[in-house]
Ligand binder design. Structure first.
Ligand SMILES: O=c1ccn([C@@H]2O[C@H](COP(=O)(O)OP(=O)(O)O[C@H]3OC[C@@H](O)[C@H](O)[C@H]3O)[C@@H](O)[C@H]2O)c(=O)[nH]1
Length: 324
């Protein structure tokens, strides 16, 4: 009985407790921004680009929560001290109490070398971190967008993958963005993923390491397109899982050839060992995103690679030959 009362029900029926009433100042036009947005993982690669886009709107107030495991303050340096921006060092496995209208939940290492580093912690981040954010969303009545991954499709038996395909795994999820491979400026240079590896290698003049067999495919989405998709999903009415990615499909050998041609024709391409569970193919079916969000990526791979090159050259301190 006591438990039922604690859950807001004294007549034996299960009811959902309504969100608490916010402070009257919350909606004062003199005091608060119109929309307060929490971005977990906002110091990371996709998160920081999302923050840049959200901050363009003067009616947005953005709070970033990040534990800086793979993210960096450097990615947010232009916003630190801005009156509409707040940065909290916070690990999502711990509860967070903030009054917000929207939650973009991105916090989790996404690159294999980082998420395999401490697998138990990764599971805690995904499970407990998501429970904490769902609890927060419910408590304050916020809208939440959870970022998932194309990894849920496993090594797919259906190609391209639609949202209805359960893959070689069996994920049961709620409102969700299924993010396919994404690239762009601010990726960690030692992230270990293929686009950042190849660009760093090309800039340094090192061989491009194609993992065997090289015929495996991926579809690469430029980060600005991804951020537009996330914002459309957050602000639209659809609550199911939705693929966000670029359907352009490339083998790793094709990707290496493109990077070589565009960035450094002098480098060689070398074949290296791979893990046995590496998916052979991956390409999003984005019919649903087109239909319900009116979204599709605009930036083709070759243009995106060039946009990324400048950022990597600057951070690696390797100018272009004709600028040296
Ligand atoms: O130096 C490299 C690195 C990687 N690769 C190959 O490139 C392909 C892509 O590998 P990545 O590590 O970049 O990315 P993956 O597709 O395996 O998934 C990774 O990035 C996308 C995220 O959604 C996933 O969470 C993450 O696991 C693989 O076939 C891999 O074998 C190379 O050929 N050379």
């Amino acid at each position: 009985m006591a438990q039922k009362e604690a859950n807001g029900s004294s007549n034996g029926e299960h009811t959902t407790r309504p969100p608490p009433t916010p402070s009257p100042l919350r909606f004062s036009k003199f005091f608060q921004a119109n929309l307060r947005i929490l971005v977990t993982g906002g110091a990371g690669f996709i998160g920081s680009h999302l923050v840049d886009k959200l901050m363009e709107n003067e009616k947005h107030e953005v709070i970033v929560a990040d534990n800086f495991f793979t993210g960096s303050k450097d990615n947010l340096k232009k916003w630190i001290g801005h009156p509409r921006f707040e940065l909290i060092r916070h690990d999502v496995t711990q509860p967070l109490l903030v009054e917000v209208d929207q939650i973009y939940h991105l916090a989790c290492p996404a690159s294999p070398i980082f998420y395999k580093h401490n697998p138990v912690k990764t599971i805690k981040t995904n499970v407990i971190g998501t429970l904490n954010m769902l609890g927060l969303a419910k408590r304050v009545g916020a809208r939440i967008l959870l970022t998932s991954t194309s990894e849920v499709y496993g090594d797919p038996l259906e190609h391209p993958q639609t949202e209805a395909y359960w893959g070689n795994v069996n994920p049961i999820e709620i409102r969700i963005a299924r993010i396919f491979n994404t690239y762009g400026p601010r990726m960690n240079i030692d992230d270990g993923r293929v686009v950042s590896n190849f660009i760093a290698q090309a800039v340094r003049g090192e061989p491009l390491t194609v993992q065997k067999p090289g015929t495996q495919t991926r579809s690469f989405c430029y980060v600005a397109d991804m951020v537009n998709g996330l914002i459309k999903l957050m602000n639209g009415d659809n609550t199911g899982p939705i693929n966000l990615g670029n359907p352009g499909e490339f083998t790793m050998l094709e990707l290496a050839e493109n990077v070589k041609e565009l960035i450094n024709p002098e480098v060689t391409v070398t074949m290296t060992e791979n893990t046995p569970d590496d998916p052979r193919q991956r390409k999003p079916d984005i019919t649903k995103a087109k239909e319900v969000l009116g979204w599709e990526p605009k930036i083709v791979l070759r243009d995106g690679l060039v946009l990324m090159e400048d950022d990597f050259r600057e951070r690696l301190q390797v100018p272009k030959k004709n600028q040296a």
